[in-house]
Design a binder for this molecule. Structure first.
Ligand code: BES
Ligand code: ZN
Length: 625
């Protein structure tokens, strides 16, 4: 990656650089320095379900020409595009302005095509007339049958570098802009569909299918989001609420009843919530992620509607991104851990405050188990296990993994143990205050941490050993190991089973277990269990019939390994409906390891594939080819 060292190598303490002075060096964006001019985006889009296209204009308002422009800043605006049909480029704010000279570079399969617009001195805006293609990677167009209702649905997923597949933009997390949009839904159903964005949102359907949006705080392109569907709104508090399909809304309102308390708790831990409203949008089942932190409107999978509020840490996670990620943003995807590591740490702090440390401890232990598994999968010496990544030349979607989340969180927990919570909290508060609405890279974070926390205390830097965490593989020697008292009871039950107890004998202790205890239980079962053993467990605890997706995702691989066929129908049903990649990939992998599994996986996939978003099919196509 073409990064230059941010700090001069000198013994004299250099003043800390500010992110605004950093060169824009993102290996996954063509925009480069030219994007410094960008201030505001004005979008005008028509949503056509019959053609599966978005069509309209994206107008980029530019800052005044810099006093002493470099040749690149003066001459060109370079935008990222991928698969867009560019119909024209105009100078000025409207589609009837003078034609601009522009050029599309040859296409790269991952990065797309640079759109180079000649920008004469004095240009204040560039208007691009364009349309998307039906297979645009960010967009998923759902037929009514793929929703919980009887209407079509559209949603976007822009992170990491898919915003460019639905609008021409400087698609780098290091570049921010404010935006406004006019969205018009076409077709006979227009009056029944609601459009939402990562912006100020309507709460009711407009009979004419026309919606206006405004995002007054600057955001990077990966946080641009749009969803259109038959959606209702239910307020939870003055500033929180839920959008969902009518059939899903009552269950969602129950599941997320603590939302306002979560926001209040996060504010107590951190600082005032900066984005005005915090709403959730519950998507159809094909949504490829658990959650996506689109500002003001988190997108979530319906697979966390477990009926018992057991999976709401995911909401705490997406909410936490309102600070880590959305206020202070990883400068490039190589610095992804700065988004996710802080967010996981903060997610668990929120859950601890709300539901007690015994609850948060379970999440931490499960997280550490996932991390150990990921390290084994990637190889304990693999550079993919470093916090700082080197993704130049690769699709970030393939290079981003669990390491950023759990190893990043463990780095902060290590720091917490070394300096104590009060000092770490004060540091984090100051970090967010100072760098809000800016991007951050690993070197700058290290410089800031060193100045604020490490240098003042002799020996601390050695005890922390940042180099081992940031640019070293696996788990550093000083990583703490979490303990969960609630899991002690689970471990005791597992020990009972191992010494020959019948599943039914465990029952008095298991009646109070949450799905976290059950997931830990399932993860702790020996690999030697037979189909008959699993049948006995299933008869006692009804795993196959569970409505909890996390529990099912832990159960199905055991059943596949042991050849316990009673789960087959439930597994196929799950794979046909759920589009969440985190569940799909391990399940298809587990299928592949069974006798005749490849043919079976391919048969199921053939049926299920039309229901998956491109980020899921991209991964699973490669797995099953
Ligand atoms: N921002 C991520 C999702 C993401 C990451 C999308 C990278 C595209 C590229 C989101 O905050 C997230 O981490 N979601 C997790 C849930 C979380 C509880 C770990 C998910 O989707 O599973
Ligand atoms: Zn996240």
């Amino acid at each position: 990656m073409p990064t230059a060292p941010l700090l001069p190598d000198s013994t004299a303490p250099a003043p800390l650089p500010h992110p605004a002075t950093l060169p824009l060096l993102d290996p996954h964006s063509y925009a480069g320095q030219s994007a410094r001019q960008v201030r505001h985006l004005r979008m005008q889009l028509a949503v056509d379900f019959s053609q599966r296209t978005l069509a309209g204009t994206a107008t980029w308002l530019l800052a005044d020409a810099p006093a002493d422009p470099t040749p690149a800043e003066k001459a060109e605006l370079i935008l990222d595009t991928r698969g867009l049909q560019i119909e024209g480029v105009r100078l000025g704010e409207t589609a009837d302005g003078p034609a601009a000279a522009y050029h599309l570079d040859p296409a790269d399969p991952v990065l797309g095509q640079a759109l180079r617009v000649q920008v004469p001195v004095g240009t204040t805006a560039v208007c691009i007339v364009y349309r998307t293609v039906p297979e645009a990677a960010a967009l998923q167009w759902l037929s009514p049958a793929q929703t919980a209702g009887a209407h079509p649905f559209l949603f976007t997923q822009s992170q990491a570098i898919l915003a460019r597949t639905w609008l021409p933009c400087p698609d780098s997390p290091g570049i921010r802009f404010t935006y406004e949009a006019t969205v018009e839904i076409l077709g006979t159903e227009r009056g029944q569909l609601l459009a939402l964005m990562s912006a100020e949102n309507p709460q009711a359907t407009a009979p004419d299918g026309c919606y206006q949006f405004r995002m007054a705080q600057p955001v990077p392109a990966y946080l641009l989001a749009l969803a259109v569907g038959r959606l209702d709104f239910a307020p939870l508090s003055g500033r929180t609420g839920i959008y969902a399909e009518p059939a899903t809304l009552p269950q969602a309102s129950y599941e997320f009843a603590d939302l306002e308390q979560m926001v209040t708790t996060a504010e107590q831990l951190h600082s005032t919530y900066q984005w005005g409203r915090y709403d959730l949008l519950v998507l159809p089942e094909s949504f490829p992620f658990g959650g996506m932190e689109n500002p003001r409107l988190t997108f979530v999978t319906p697979t966390i509607l477990a009926g018992d509020r057991s999976l709401t840490s995911l909401i705490a996670h997406e909410l936490a991104h309102s600070w880590s990620g959305n206020l202070v943003t990883n400068a490039t995807w190589n610095n992804f851990w700065l988004n996710e590591g802080f967010t996981v740490y903060f997610e668990r702090r929120i859950m601890e405050r709300l539901y007690g440390s015994s609850y948060a401890d379970m999440l931490q232990v499960l997280g550490e188990a996932d991390l150990r598994e990921t390290i084994v999968e990637l190889g304990k010496n693999s550079p993919a296990t470093h916090l700082r990544l080197h993704l130049a030349g690769r699709d970030p979607d393939e290079g981003l993994n669990d390491i950023a989340y759990e190893k990043g969180c463990l780095l902060l927990l290590t720091l917490e143990r070394l300096v104590g919570r009060p000092r770490l909290d004060a540091f984090i508060k100051e970090y967010f205050a100072r760098f809000s609405f800016h991007s951050m890279d690993t070197d700058m974070f290290i410089a800031y941490l060193t100045e604020q926390l490490l240098d003042p205390e002799p020996g601390l830097a050695e005890r922390l050993d940042l180099a081992a965490w940031i640019d070293g593989p696996g788990l550093p020697a000083n990583a703490p190991v979490a303990h969960s008292a609630r899991f002690d009871a689970v471990n005791a039950a597992l020990a009972q089973l191992a010494t020959g107890a019948a599943p039914a004998d465990l029952q008095p202790t298991t009646t109070e277990w949450s799905s976290h205890e059950w997931v830990h239980f399932l993860q702790g079962l020996p690999a030697t269990l037979t189909a008959a053993d699993l049948g006995a467990l299933d008869a006692a605890f009804h795993f196959t019939a569970s409505g909890n997706a996390e529990l099912l995702a832990a159960w199905f691989p055991l059943a596949l390994r042991a050849g316990y066929a009673a789960t087959d129908a439930a597994l196929e049903n799950f794979l046909r409906h759920v589009g969440r990649r985190k569940f799909l990939v391990p399940l298809y992998r587990a299928l592949l390891t069974t006798p005749g599994g490849r043919a079976r996986a391919q048969r199921i996939y053939k049926q299920a594939r039309p229901n998956y978003h491109s980020v899921a099919t991209g991964t699973i196509d490669a797995l099953l080819k």
